[in-house]
Design a protein around this ligand. Structure first.
Ligand code: NAP
Length: 254
C-alpha cells in the first residue's frame, strides 16, 4: 500500500543526485512530486522519465536559487503546474535539498564565497519555507537535507559546514513553532553519498576506498540510502518525530 497517495511534494535540486532519488521515492509512494532544478534541464527531464516509468506523477519547475526573486520564480511555476494537475495550492511535503559545496579553509575564505554559499544553502531554504507555510496544511512535513559536516570537523569546508549548521538550528526552532499544527520539521545529515558533488574525491580506486572507509559499513552511501529516510519522515509513520537532526552517515566516525 502506498503511503503518500493524495499528497503533493516539492523537492529542490531533484535533477540529480540525492534530490532525484528522493523525488523518485516520494512519487513511488503516490505523491504528486514537483522536481525542482536549477540549470540542468536534461537531467530534470530524465528524473521525470524515471518517475513516469515507475508509475508516479511529477512535473518540473526551474529556478536558480540564491538570487533575488528565486522563490517567486519557483512558486509561479509550481502553482501553475499544481493547478494543471487539479491540485494545490497546498504542498504537503517540502524537501529542502538543493545546495552547493565549496571547499575553503579559514585563510582562503572570502566574503563572496560566504555570501554565495549562505544564499543557496541557508537563506533560500529559510524563505522557501516561509513561502511554503502559506499553503502548508496541518500535518505537513518539512525535511531539510543537512550534512554530517555539522557533527564532524571538516576545516577544509568551513563555510559549507556553517550553512548546514544553521539549517539544523532552523529545524529545531521551526519544529516548536509548527508543532501545534502537527507539522513535523526534521533534518537529515548524510555522510559521503555518491553524487556529482563529491565525484572529484572518488577519482581513483584508492581514493574511493578511503571514502568508503569513513563509514562503519565500509561503503559510500547511495542516494537511495537518504531517499528511504526522507520517505519515512514524509509519511504518517514518523508523526512522533520532530525537531530532530538524524544522522544518516552510515556510522561515519562513530
Ligand atoms: P548534487 O549532485 O550536486 O545536485 C545538486 C542539485 O541541486 C542539482 O539538482 C542542482 O540543480 C541543484 N542546485 C544546486 N545549486 C542550485 C542553485 N543555485 N539553484 C538551483 N538549483 C541548484 O548534490 P547532492 O550530492 O545530491 O546533494 C544534495 C544535498 O545533500 C545537498 O543539500 C548537499 O549539501 C547534501 N549532502 C550531500 C552529501 C554528498 O556526499 N553528496 C553529503 C552530505 C550532504 P541542477 O542540476 O539543475 O544544476
Amino acid at each position: 500500500m502506498k503511503t503518500l497517495t493524495g499528497k503533493t511534494a516539492l523537492v529542490t535540486g531533484a535533477s540529480r543526485g540525492i534530490g532525484r532519488a528522493i523525488a523518485r521515492r516520494l512519487a513511488q509512494e503516490g505523491a504528486l512530486t514537483a522536481v525542482h532544478y536549477g540549470t540542468n534541464e536534461q537531467a530534470a527531464h530524465h528524473t521525470l522519465e524515471l518517475i513516469s516509468q515507475e508509475g508516479g506523477q511529477a512535473f518540473a519547475v526551474r529556478a536558480e536559487l540564491g538570487v533575488p526573486g528565486d522563490i517567486e520564480t519557483l512558486y509561479t511555476q509550481l502553482e501553475d503546474q499544481l493547478a494543471r494537475h487539479h491540485k494545490g495550492p497546498e504542498i504537503d511535503i517540502l524537501v529542502n535539498n538543493a545546495a552547493i559545496s565549496g571547499s575553503a579553509r579559514i585563510h582562503d575564505i572570502t566574503p563572496e564565497l560566504f555570501d554565495h554559499l549562505f544564499a543557496v544553502n541557508t537563506k533560500t531554504p529559510l524563505f522557501l519555507l516561509q513561502r511554503a507555510l502559506k499553503n502548508l496544511p496541518d500535518g505537513g512535513r518539512i525535511i531539510n537535507i543537512s550534512s554530517a559536516a555539522t557533527r564532524i570537523a571538516y576545516p577544509e569546508s568551513i563555510i559549507y559546514s556553517m550553512t548546514k549548521g544553521a539549517l539544523n538550528t532552523l529545524t529545531l526552532a521551526l519544529a516548536k513553532e509548527l508543532g501545534p499544527r502537527n507539522i513535523t520539521v526534521n533534518a537529515i545529515t548524510p555522510g559521503y553519498i555518491e553524487t556529482d558533488m563529491n565525484k572529484h574525491k572518488r577519482n581513483t580506486p584508492q581514493a574511493a576506498n578511503e571514502l568508503a572507509a569513513h563509514s562503519t559499513f565500509n561503503r559510500t552511501g547511495q542516494p537511495t540510502d537518504i531517499a528511504d529516510i526522507v520517505t519515512f519522515l514524509a509519511s504518517d509513520a514518523s508523526r512522533w518525530i520532530t525537531g530532530q537532526t538524524l544522522d544518516a552517515s552510515g556510522g561515519t566516525h562513530l
